[in-house]
Ligand binder design. Sequence first.
Ligand code: DGT
Ligand code: CA
Ligand code: ZN
Length: 649
Amino acid sequence: MVSIKAWALPKSRRNKPPHFSKSQVATVLEQVATLLKLKDANPFRIRAYENGSRTIASLDRDLWELSESGEITGVKGIGKGIAALIGESLGEGTWGDLQSLYDETPAGMIEMLAIPGLGPKRIKQLHDELGIDSIDELSAACNDDAISSLEGFGEKSQQKILDGIDLLARFQGRRRLNVGLLYGEAFEAMVAKIDGVEHAQLAGSARRRRETVGDLDIVAAVKPENVEAVTEAILAIPDITEVKGAGDSKVSVVLEASILEHGMDLGTIDGGVFHAIGGDDYSGMESSGTIDAQVRMVPPHVFAFTLAYFTGSKEHNIRMRQLAIDNGLRLNEFGLIDDEKAGDLKGLEAAKFSLEAKNEEDIYHHLGLDWVPPELREDMGEIEAALEKTLPRLVMPTDLKGSFHNHTILSDGVATLEQMAAAAMDMDWEFLGIADHSSLLNIGGRQIGADAEDMLEQGGKIRSLNELWSDGGKNFRLLHGAECDILSDGSLDYDEETRRQLHHVVASVHQLSTWRARDEVENTEALIKAIEDPTMTILGHPTGRILQSRDGFDVDIHAVLRRMGELNAEGELKSVEINASPYRLDLDWRYCRFARDQGVPICINPDAHNTTGLRDVWFGVQIARKGWLEPKHLLNCYTGEEIESLLSK
Ligand code: DGT
Ligand code: CA
Ligand code: ZN
């Protein structure tokens, strides 16, 4: 089933020092720390490698310079042994006696690290007590109920391990959009820089902004006489850990995280998400992960066809090809070819009889279609709309004038009202909705949410800040909301009197375990009760899913949206959120059009927990676009004045 590559020490691709990059060294040290944990080695030794890895990753000096000059021994966090190891690896390209450590650890134990919530300590215990060496064995042991009786485990953790294995198998090899784009854009830029590459562009699911990305598809315009040299230059990129194939104008490789110039930025993760994805274990997994990538080189005049083809989706391509056939044309990655003239010719030879296309627009126009934005290319009605010239004018990040669901230090955010407001003004927003957690929210037994009294006091602060801005002629206001927990019976946290004093109530489910243990009927009923509460304005992260980590609870989302539509028709304001955190992207894009058609306004919410978290709205915009949404469907695109008066009613 699942196959994750075992770890390997990087091999030098250069014949002179420095043989490795800083991030390669940091990764090795981090892996060594984990391997030592799997052996239950001396904690001081483990900590030395952990500290070394962290120190090097955040070093702003050139590592080779430091090492050569000997200054490295004076850097805090790097011990003598590790300094020597770094010197050897950079200078000689070898890793001391680390190879044996890598060799003696069963690959299966490393694979197990990817199971959410299973850290090295427990993997070691499973190995020692039950001889478990692989995910398959672990899965079998869970099914035989052999795990629950181990010390420190129980029925619950046994089930959690099974769920984790299941998720891993399903998401294997895919990365979330934010991570996929980090890799994809870095690789695209590197390929584009190579001499002989006229232009290069990321295609595939990343260009279509799917919520997760399998592999990266790069299309490069390269004249035939340069293909060989460009191939060589691509293969020399140091962040390639493995070459799967090269030749025939195509290169298939595996990229590692060192390609990310600014490191693996995991964005802002709220406590709930962090917990769900396995806490600290997860960030280690994330930054030591890899992604497959392919580069296809084609002659410049063919580029637009190849780009369109590898942007996909497959389903969209099939429809396009059929349209071409209906017009006596043959559409493929090389051209839009006169079928009769091309006869038995194939590939680039047949493409000599292609219509010309300087860009993708030309291809669509040749077939009588408007150009279809990549996000819509899923064969979900875009071909028909492009024929009828009724494609939507998709929302853009600059259309947004604010958002509604963000946190401050009053709950689990780390910035103040003033800091969040300043960051929103920097984005040229006219309003920012604050929605700190309500009192019932606990994470790991600790109260995260604000008591009603403190929540109302925040309202006072917001009012005086708003007066200040208004008096100063500044077109900006904070909106005072709360993220009220939806209890299992569908009632909302806080008393009604408190909720009535807010601009808006974001109602969200956080007690996932209860909701996930129930069936769809009960959950739908409870959710509908929540939205019927007169004070509820926005349904927050409607299913509670965490991408690549846990499914949401079962719910008839159509029924919920339909009910919201009815309430809107009666003059109430009931909006559904696209939670823009790249870990959530919930509401799913597949339901956006249904919401729109029911007359449910949608809002994109970054659910920011610090000032940079506001930038996550960008991912929400991508999903809204994928869901066909226009500015008029989004509450974010109202002016500050409009939204203030709407919510003050
Ligand atoms: P992924 O990588 O799983 O996230 O998804 P995609 O969409 O990037 O799929 P991928 O990488 O297998 O292929 C890239 C594009 O190439 C795909 O979106 C459409 C095109 N393509 C691949 N295979 C076929 C095929 O058999 N028929 C057609 N018409 N197009 C294909
Ligand atoms: Ca792909
Ligand atoms: Zn929130």
